[in-house]
Every structure is written in C-alpha cells, then in structure tokens.
Design a protein around this ligand. Structure first.
Ligand code: FAD
Length: 569
C-alpha cells in the first residue's frame, strides 16, 4: 500500500511525468507517480519481468547502475520485449491497439516511458510552428526559459560527427543548404543534432589506439557504440545517474527522488479518475483508481490535483474511460510526424575518395546525430541502426507495395516500395555502404485523427484506444517535398542508388490529442474539470513543426508544474 493522500498524483512516468514530479516536489509538494510499467535499474525490482518485487520506491539509494547493466543490453529486439507497453507478464505480448494500414504505434512503458527507447534528439520547436500556425494560445518566447532549464538538466549538446554525419553534411552543403548554428531555427539548413547524450569520452577521439572495452570509469561519457534505441546502458559500470543517454529515468527521476517528496509506484495502471461536483460548478478532480498489474487488485488514492502524463494515446483514453465531460477535441487532432525513409547506396571507391574509408558503417556513433531543418515542412535526420532494424524501416513496409509494382522513371529515386527475397538479401549485403535518412513531416492537427474508445472492446484496464490517422493532401505534399530533398542530398553526397520506402503511417512521435486551447487552458488545466492537468505530449497544440517533440513536451510539463503551484498551493 502507498499512502492514501498526496498533494499531487501523476499518471505515467514517461518522458514528461518525471519532469512534473521533480518540479512539484522541488516546490515542496508531496507527489505520487503511478506508472503502468516496470522500474528498471531499481533494486526493489531485481527481476521486473518475472517477479512482482517491491511496491513503491522513494529513495535514490534504490537506483543501481549495475542492475541497469544487467537488465539493458544493446540488442534491439531483445530490448523491445522489455520495454513494450503490455501486461506485467510480458509473455502475453503488447496491449492490442487498433491502427489503420500496415503502420504501427510505438508505445513504450516503464519508468522513463518512451524515452527509454528514444534516440535522445532534443531540438526546440520551430518558433514559426508556435507563433505563426494559429494553433497555440501561448508564444514561443514563453517556452524559452523552460527549454533552457530542460536542456541543462538533460545536458543537451551538439552530437559528435562520425562518417554517416560527415557524408550527410557534405551532401547537404553540395545541395546548396547552409550550416545552422541557432537553437531557435527560422531558416532551412543542416546541423549536428542537439542531443541529450553526454559528449563522447575524449579517449575515443584523441587516442585512436584506445583498446578499452568502454567500461566506466575509463570511459565516462558517450561511447559512440550506438544502442540508444535499445535503452542504452553505456558506459557500462557507470552509476545509474552517470549513464550517457539522459532519458527521463536518468535525468529527472534521481533529482525528483532526492527531494524526499516523491514516491514512484510502478506496475500501477490508472483506470479511473475520481471527481466531486458542487452544484452549478465544473467537476473537480479528487484522485484516481489504479490497478496493480501483477495482482489485479484495485486501490484508490486522493490528491489535491491530478496530473495526466500517460502519453498522447493513453491520456485521452483514460479521460474517456473515466466518463469525464464530453469535449469533441478530447482524443482528436493527433499528429504523429507522418514519416518516410530514403536510403542511399554508395560505391566503396567513391566513399574512399570523400571519407577516406570505403564504408559508412552507420552503426557507429550516436544513432541519430545529424539533421536538416525546414520550418514549414519538417525535418530530415540520419539514422544509424543495426541491419535488422534498418531493413524493417527502410525496406520492410511500404504503402505502395513491392518495388516491381512502381514505375520510378520520372522520380528522383531509383526504386520505391518494399523489398523481399533475393533483392532484399542482395541489398542488405551492402548495408555497410548505405546512408539512411528519416523523413519527418510537419503534419497538422485534423479533427478526424486520434483516439476513440468503444465500450465492450476492452482489456483488463478498460476500453482500449482505437486510433485513426489519415494524412491530408497538405501533409502528404510536405512529406513528398522532404523526400525529394533527402534524395538530392544523397545524390550530392555521391549515392549511386537511391531508394524511397513510402512508409505507411507509423506513430513514432505521438502528440496533440488534448490540445492546449481546445481541451486544456494555457496552464494545461482541463477547461471542463478543475484540478485536472495534462503534462505530456498530448497537451501540445500541434506537431511543433515536425521536430523531435520531447524537449518541447518536457519544457511545457515544467511550465505546467509551476502553474499548478501558483494556482492551488
Ligand atoms: C524508437 C523511438 C525513438 C524516439 N526518439 C525520439 C527522439 O530522439 N527525440 C524525441 O524528441 N522524441 C523521440 N521519440 C518520441 C518520444 O520518446 C516521445 O514523444 C516521448 O517519450 C513522449 O513523452 P510522454 O510523456 O508524452 O509519453 P511516454 O513517454 O510514452 O510516457 C507515458 C507513460 O505513461 C505510462 N502510462 C500509460 N497509461 C498509463 C496509465 N493508465 N496509468 C499509469 N501509467 C500509464 C506508460 O507506461 C509510459 O511510461 C522516440 C520514440 C520512439 C518510439
């Protein structure tokens, strides 16, 4: 049992929940964080997927880097099973979510949420997406001090350059684009990613003969050994707080626990929100009901304020399952950064001429370390993965069928579609000479896109979210323009063959389903329910221009926490 009353209860310990917890606790509030998934790297749960372990954690002493090293490997597919959003018994697989077409929803679970899987890219929103698209009721300037706070906490710095980034930069420069050196991006151009990953240890650059095995304390910062999508336990042997990738479990959970005001209860799925209604007033949130994901037992907890941070799919689902007042925009307006993949294949001799080495070896360096920004359209970024994941992203799924079904004679790419059989095998044999570019478009919020629930289509936590996403003609056009720029950059970098995937919609960056100005006010308190706040990516009013959204989600969560204190404490 946890205590039955708190100042604030936070639903979800993902990218943004721990930020709100830390800020509220710093202000002296007692905070309970209820997280549906496990708590990795915590000694109270040495085997989080096999054994229920402890109940709650409120001490920094429980966190162990050594345990995290045992639980997190850099093997992508093994880690997927550990980080999935599913029942406590992961043998049962994912929670079922309905999504149209061949795409997927990438939801992750556990303390750290989807940032356990994320690649640490922390750019700011394009100012124009907040000030000029007409969706946001606050100004970009209002967010800047919070960006600065988050960037300091996450140690955001320009990513180091390895071969894949150098090749990309050469292509972008040759295509006539400028190098950007601004955090607030107003013009198109290319630059190293601002990443929430500690800088590489100097030895990796200075001493080419360094033959250590990347163990702490010999290597203190990033090891350039990839693995961010897999959770990233590097450098091995480092204490919990010293891991290179500053996911929210590393950057915000330890300072939150250090305040002594925060209790985190993992394996706790919130299924209802309690409210009180005084005659003539809006309902007011008074607490939540949650379900222990191991035992199935339900508990209630009371709080002065309830903060929803369950992510852009589960937050509206919870609102709907709790029968809170109807608002057409609850669950609507979802943006996912409608994306695509463009691959370039290079000849070894050409690479040797430009890079001085005949392979790109995209699995070296940080996973995603170079970017191209285009306010109004979205962004491009290089992707480094192992061949298995690269094959899925680049060649495994396509909205336009197999390559032989598509005539590309007038297109800027040589092939488009899905590869299979011998063609896939032969292409993958060249994987070390490929550069992959992820296209991420600035899709706009449309009322039809988002989350609904239907009574009766349910799992043990209530009606499941049915998710719809159909891009508009404008969304498709922006994605096409970006894919063309990606192809040009690859050609200018010397690619001999360019392949476009035409990927089906995949919910990689999910946001804007409880939009500020539609569902929540400028303090992120619900218009229709007092004392109920939203502090996750669902409160974003649009897709922040198509840039990676976590810096903005976290900045907004930090701001929301301050507004909560101002309003109610
Ligand atoms: C492979 C991958 C790479 C990515 N890379 C980047 C990147 O480099 N940069 C970037 O900006 N973004 C990236 N993203 C996206 C980013 O991780 C998310 O946008 C961000 O984590 C969202 O934060 P959130 O708090 O809204 O939701 P989440 O991080 O998803 O957190 C929600 C949490 O709530 C919990 N939860 C859900 N329902 C309940 C409930 N009812 N009760 C209790 N708990 C609940 C979940 O278990 C989860 O832990 C990436 C995503 C993926 C999948």
């Amino acid at each position: 049992m946890v205590a039955s009353e708190y100042d604030a209860v936070i639903v979800g310990a993902g990218g943004d929940g721990p930020v709100a917890a830390w800020k509220l606790a710093e202000a002296g509030l007692s905070v309970l964080v209820l997280e549906a998934g496990p708590f990795h790297g915590n000694e109270k749960w040495p085997k989080p997927h096999e054994d229920p372990g402890g109940e709650a954690s409120s001490s920094i002493e429980d966190l162990s880097g050594e345990l995290l090293d045992e639980q997190f490997t850099t093997r992508e597919f093994e880690m997927v099973n550990k980080l999935i959003f599913g029942p406590a018994d992961h043998e049962r697989g994912f929670y079922f979510r309905k999504f149209p077409g061949d795409g997927a929803i990438l939801q992750c679970s556990g303390v750290g949420g989807t940032t356990l899987h994320y690649t640490g890219n922390h750019p700011r929103a394009y100012p124009a997406s907040i000030d000029e698209q007409g969706h946001w009721p606050i100004d970009y300037a209002d967010l800047v001090p919070y960006y600065q706070e988050i960037e300091e906490m996450c140690e955001v710095a320009p990513a180091p350059v390895t071969a894949k980034e150098e090749l990309f930069f050469r292509g972008a420069a040759a295509a006539g684009w400028d190098l950007l050196d601004e955090l607030n991006v107003t013009e198109p151009g290319y630059r190293p990613q601002p990443n929430a990953i500690r800088q590489p240890d100097e030895k990796l650059h200075v001493d080419a003969d360094y033959d250590g095995d990347f163990q702490y304390p010999e290597v203190e910062g990033d090891t350039l050994a990839l693995g961010n999508i897999a959770g990233n336990p590097h450098p091995r042997g480092a204490p919990f707080e010293e891991k290179a990738k500053r996911a929210s479990n590393i950057s915000f959970v330890p300072p939150a626990l250090k305040t002594g005001n925060v209790t985190i209860r993992p394996n706790a799925f919130v299924t209802d929100i309690h409210t009180d209604t005084w005659f003539g007033d809006d309902p007011s949130a008074t607490g939540v009901e949650f379900r222990d994901t191991w035992s199935g037992d339900k508990e209630d907890v009371e709080a002065e304020v309830v903060v929803l941070a369950a992510g852009a799919i589960e937050t509206p689902r919870l609102w709907k399952n709790a029968d809170l007042p109807e608002n057409d925009w609850v669950g609507s307006g979802m943006t996912i950064h409608f994306g695509d993949n463009v691959m370039g294949l290079f000849e070894g001799a050409d690479l040797d001429g430009t890079l001085g080495t005949d392979t790109v070896d995209q699995f070296q360096g940080q996973d995603i370390a170079a970017r191209f920004d285009y306010p109004g359209l979205g962004m491009l970024q290089t992707v480094g993965t192992t061949p298995g994941l690269g094959a899925i992203l680049g060649f495994g799924a396509s909205a336009s069928g197999f390559t032989f079904q598509n005539d590309t004679s007038d297109a800027p790419w040589d092939t488009m579609g899905r590869l299979a059989g011998r063609e896939l095998k032969e292409t993958l044999a060249e994987y070390r000479r490929m550069l992959q570019i992820l296209v991420v478009s600035d899709d706009r919020p449309h009322e039809r896109n988002g989350v609904t629930v239907v009574p009766g289509v349910s799992d043990e936590n209530g009606s499941i979210p049915l998710v719809n996403y159909v891009p508009s003609d404008g969304d498709k056009k922006r994605r096409d323009e970006l894919a063309e720029i990606a192809a040009e950059i690859l050609r200018e970098a010397g690619a001999s063959h360019v392949h476009r995937s035409d990927s089906p919609p995949t919910a990689l960056h999910v946001q804007s389903t409880m939009r500020m100005g539609k569902v929540v006010d400028t303090a992120c308190e619900a218009y229709d329910v007092d004392r109920l706040f939203v502090a996750d990516h669902s409160a974003l009013a649009n897709s922040v221009g198509g840039v990676n959204p976590t810096n903005t989600g976290q900045a907004l969560a930090a701001r929301t926490a301050e507004k909560i204190v101002d309003r109610y404490f």
